[in-house]
Ligand binder design. Structure first.
Ligand SMILES: Nc1ncnc2c1ncn2[C@@H]1O[C@H](COP(=O)(O)OP(=O)(O)OP(=O)(O)O)[C@@H](O)[C@H]1O
Length: 237
């Protein structure tokens, strides 16, 4: 099976500095991969390069077989992404935002599909027709994930999705990510949340020096990861 995301030897420079320097990773349908790294490690830079928003100076990227350098529209059509602060129109309701962005992306949907997605992410029905300007971050995340589900893309990119969420909302969000992955979506999640990463990801990579300094695979047994080892790798990378 062709990977949903294939990154091979990626090099990205910003202002003449090599930020990403030989990053390789590959995601199959249903994979959840957590990319960790300290501030400035190049996590967001990697996501921008995947979306074709930053040029690369070396290596290869294929998203659902498309190269963001030559086919950015095809890459974006194959990718849903949730940035740290979900970009929704505050004066639109949850439903209006979803309809607006689906129309913008030219995504067809069956009658009732938006309501089904909002149910799937467990956004309280009383909130569906309220302006999202009054939503908590967790409610905005749910709206964003509902939109991502409706777009039915093979790849979902998440940039620090749980920063600012309380533990219960973080846990709910991880359950949601697991549900999305169970539908066959490949999920790449950039995070600082070590414990959250171990909670939801099948693999965890630590980005340092522009490449994967360490990688952990989910073991068959519980606990899946040696969190102490992971923490030590995080602080000493
Ligand atoms: N617009 C820019 N122009 C030049 N360099 C930039 C720009 N934005 C970020 N950088 C540099 O690129 C490096 C990587 O930044 P990036 O935002 O990718 O890191 P990150 O791992 O996502 O960090 P954080 O965890 O703090 O969000 C940093 O050294 C940063 O200074």
């Amino acid at each position: 099976m062709a990977p949903v995301l294939a990154i091979d030897g990626l090099v990205v420079e910003r202002a003449g500095r090599r930020i990403v320097d030989g990053l390789s990773l590959s995601l199959e349908p249903g994979d959840v991969y957590a990319l960790l790294g300290g501030n400035g490690a190049g996590k967001s830079t990697t996501l921008f390069a995947l979306l074709g928003l930053l040029p690369r100076s070396g290596g290869r990227i294929a998203v659902a077989g498309h190269d963001p350098a030559t086919a950015p529209d095809a890459v974006r059509a194959a990718t849903a992404y949730l940035l740290e602060n979900v970009a929704l129109y505050p004066s639109f309701t949850a439903r209006e935002n979803i309809d607006y962005f689906l129309d913008l992306a030219g995504t067809p949907r069956a009658a009732g599909a938006v309501a089904d997605a909002l149910c799937a992410v467990k956004l309280a029905q009383s909130a569906w027709d309220r302006p999202v300007g009054g939503f908590s971050k967790g409610m905005r995340q749910k709206t964003g994930i509902a939109l991502a589900l409706l777009r039915q893309t093979p790849l979902l990119l998440l940039d620090e999705p749980t920063s600012g969420l309380d533990p219960a909302a973080t846990r709910d969000f991880h359950v949601l990510v697991a549900d999305v992955a169970a539908r066959g979506v490949a999920v790449l999640m950039v995070t600082h949340d070590l414990f959250g990463a171990a909670d939801v990801a099948g693999r965890i990579g630590l980005l340092a020096g522009g490449r994967l300094a360490r990688e952990w695979q989910a073991a068959a047994d519980s606990p899946r990861f040696d969190l102490n080892q992971l923490h030590n790798g995080f602080v000493s990378a």
